[in-house]
Design a protein around this ligand. Structure first.
Ligand SMILES: NC(=O)c1ccc[n+]([C@@H]2O[C@H](COP(=O)([O-])OP(=O)(O)OC[C@H]3O[C@@H](n4cnc5c(N)ncnc54)[C@H](OP(=O)(O)O)[C@@H]3O)[C@@H](O)[C@H]2O)c1
Length: 296
């Protein structure tokens, strides 16, 4: 039997960013097993080749490839979008999974604070450049954006000190970037007809991955008093479980759910203030300003 025969993903084309390991890898693996052709991205071609071989072997077909991209750079996201657009016949599913957290403040060579760049500007730029491809694909395309419950850990006015130059706490800066990705997802869903593209934001839930392993009390100061307990809890969370949430979501995203936030696999109501159209439009404008500044 052909892998994935009968699955809604059979014959579809998916892109999963940051997928040579962690949640992205397991998400790509699930899609490939259900018969999708999958492109995964990451920075390291060797790690990418290893992931492609593992996914091909598990899925039982060869329609899996790796494309190198450092998503923290807007120019690299645009270049990736151009390569995808010219090489893919169709694009049904774009999972903006790449993300990260840093203990120390870093700035990309394009002059953008790194966490804001990789967690917000990356999906903003890549999706913007891939919109024509997504919208022209037959049927309804889907764009699940991977966020985090850390969006609640953004502190103060999210529009102040955008580059975290005055104050830097890893989890707060990461949380603000995820908040922006959540709000941009809501904005994008309002700007695109759901019969062409369904956009959702998903928190995959706590998972034991390299990113989680980098979350020490220096990154999350609130954990310093009970860190061993946090670690014991985290170690039990396998990435395949979180990927299952992303996959179910990708399969379940029907027209009615565009613009929803999913906590794990369940839709969750967001606080009313996050639905404020002015707030959402402000985040959309910030995305455009950051992209222009990064590409200048
Ligand atoms: N883990 C959790 O508990 C958790 C909870 C909530 C939300 N999330 C979110 O879920 C997503 C995936 O998290 P994860 O824990 O699976 O992360 P992870 O383990 O750190 O993901 C690593 C993957 O991302 C790639 N990557 C990292 N930085 C990159 C960059 N700048 N450009 C291109 N690829 C890059 C890595 O490949 P290379 O190193 O080769 O580039 C690797 O394939 C993130 O958006 C994260 O915020 C995670």
């Amino acid at each position: 039997m052909t892998p994935g025969t009968g699955s809604p993903l059979a014959g579809q084309s998916a892109v999963v960013t940051g997928a040579s390991s962690g949640i992205g890898f397991h998400t790509a693996l699930l899609f490939a097993r259900r018969g999708a052709s999958v492109t995964i991205t990451g920075r390291d071609p060797k790690r990418g080749a290893g992931a492609v071989a593992a996914i091909r072997a598990a899925a039982g077909h060869g329609a899996v490839r790796f494309m190198a991209c450092d998503h923290s750079l807007a120019a690299a996201n645009q270049d990736l979008a151009a390569r995808l657009t010219s090489s893919l016949d169709r694009l049904d599913l774009l999972v903006n999974n790449v993300g990260g957290i840093s203990a120390k403040r870093r700035v990309t060579e394009e002059g953008i604070e790194w966490s804001l760049a990789v967690n917000f500007l990356a999906p903003f730029t890549l999706t913007g450049a891939l919109l024509p491809k997504l919208r022209e694909s037959p049927g309804v395309s889907r764009c699940p954006n991977v966020v985090s419950s850390a969006y609640k850990m953004a502190r103060g006015d999210p529009f102040e000190d955008l580059q975290a130059a005055r104050s830097y706490v890893g989890i707060e800066v990461h949380g603000r970037a995820k908040l922006f990705t959540l709000l941009w997802s809501l904005g994008l869903s309002r700007h695109t007809p759901p019969r062409e593209l369904v956009v959702v934001a998903v928190n995959p839930g706590m998972t034991w991955t390299p990113m989680t392993q980098s979350m020490t009390p220096e990154v999350v100061p609130a954990w310093r008093y009970f860190f061993p307990v946090v670690r014991a809890f985290q170690r039990r969370a396998h990435p395949a479980r979180a990927a299952g949430n992303c996959e179910r979501l990708a399969l379940a995203t029907l027209q009615a759910v565009s613009g929803r936030y999913f906590d794990g696999k369940k839709p969750k109501r967001l606080p009313d203030q996050l639905g404020d159209p002015e707030l959402i439009e402000r985040v959309m404008r910030i995305g455009m300003q950051l992209r222009s500044s990064a590409l200048a």
